[in-house]
Design a protein around this ligand. Structure first.
Ligand SMILES: Nc1ncnc2c1ncn2[C@@H]1O[C@H](COP(=O)(O)OP(=O)(O)OP(=O)(O)O)[C@@H](O)[C@H]1O
Ligand SMILES: [Mg+2]
Length: 274
């Protein structure tokens, strides 16, 4: 069977606009695809262009600062060359979930967490608030917030970092997106909490048959969770392959360096109860 792809990007480039009018290339004509219902890990050292790539896919790159170009970009059934802004906004709002690195900033401190999720159903699906709040409780329940109906009324500050990130994930998956882009979803969290969050992501992805673009520095996570791996270095994809091969037999010197920094891949564990 032919693999199906939720994202196909060819020649995706991102440059920064410099004060002198020149463009500074940051992501250099990368091509990749996101197979349906699989986890694709995007790894590479700090500054290699991973987050810029994610923001370009989400249409969230600041146009005053950056120039985004591509030969071809297809997300689900939409060709981004010909899509208009409102359609892209709708695609992004409803079909792509986005989890940012900083759970603190993703949540509004002045609003109960349940209402923040309910608002998505009101805005994107035209639901009334009563129905939307019910859906929000369901979403919180799905990411295993205990006593979700009661907790939905609490404000972000009353949750731990790990719980906040579960709430952010609940918001990202609430509208049942086909694609989830998670940019270092656990790097702000304690190691003990990370495993539980990642296992949750994996479980949700299977359950909802989402494709996931997982940006991470952690080779242990890649080995445990990812199907496909893309390795970025200085704005280019320097190596790609299945997770087992990349982690156990990296071809590129740069990837070998990344891999050799992890003492024991098999010792890394991702359990739903962490
Ligand atoms: N406006 C800009 N002008 C010049 N350089 C920029 C600008 N914006 C971003 N950069 C550079 O682009 C590079 C890529 O940034 P990006 O945030 O995508 O990296 P990353 O791979 O996500 O790194 P990290 O792992 O630290 O999150 C960085 O080196 C950053 O300094
Ligand atoms: Mg980043």
């Amino acid at each position: 069977m032919m693999p199906r792809y939720d994202i196909e990007a060819a020649g995706l480039s991102i440059s920064a606009r410099r004060d002198d009018g020149e463009a500074l290339p940051l992501v250099r004509a990368i091509s990749f695809s996101l197979p349906e219902a699989e986890i694709t890990a995007l790894i590479g050292e700090s500054g290699s262009g991973k987050s810029l790539t994610a923001t370009a896919l989400l249409g969230l790159t600041d146009a005053e600062q950056y120039i985004v170009s591509f030969d071809r970009l297809r997300i689900l059934d939409q060709d981004l060359k010909s899509i208009d802004d409102p359609s892209f906004a709708r695609l992004r709002g409803t079909r792509i979930g986005y989890v940012t690195q900083d759970p603190g900033r993703a949540l509004d401190p002045t609003m109960p967490v349940g209402d923040q999720i309910a608002e998505l159903f009101v805005l994107h699906q035209g639901m009334d608030w009563t129905a939307a709040r019910r859906e929000a409780v369901r979403a919180l329940d799905q990411v295993r917030i205990a006593s979700a109906a009661t907790r939905a009324q609490d404000y972000p500050h009353s949750f731990s970092g790990g719980m906040k990130q579960r709430i952010v994930i609940a918001g990202a998956i609430a509208l049942k997106p086909r694609i989830l882009i998670a940019d270092e979803p656990t790097s702000a969290l304690d190691v003990t909490v990370q495993a539980g969050i990642l296992a949750l992501l994996d479980e949700l992805r299977r359950h909802m048959e989402m494709s996931v673009l997982l940006i991470t520095h952690d080779l242990g996570i890649v080995y445990q969770l990812a199907d496909q791996v893309l390795v970025m270095n200085k704005g280019e994809i320097v190596e790609r392959g299945d997770a087992e091969t990349i982690c156990k037999a990296p071809g590129h010197a740069y990837t070998r360096n990344l891999v050799s920094a992890v003492p024991d891949l098999d010792a890394a564990s991702v359990s739903p109860h962490g």
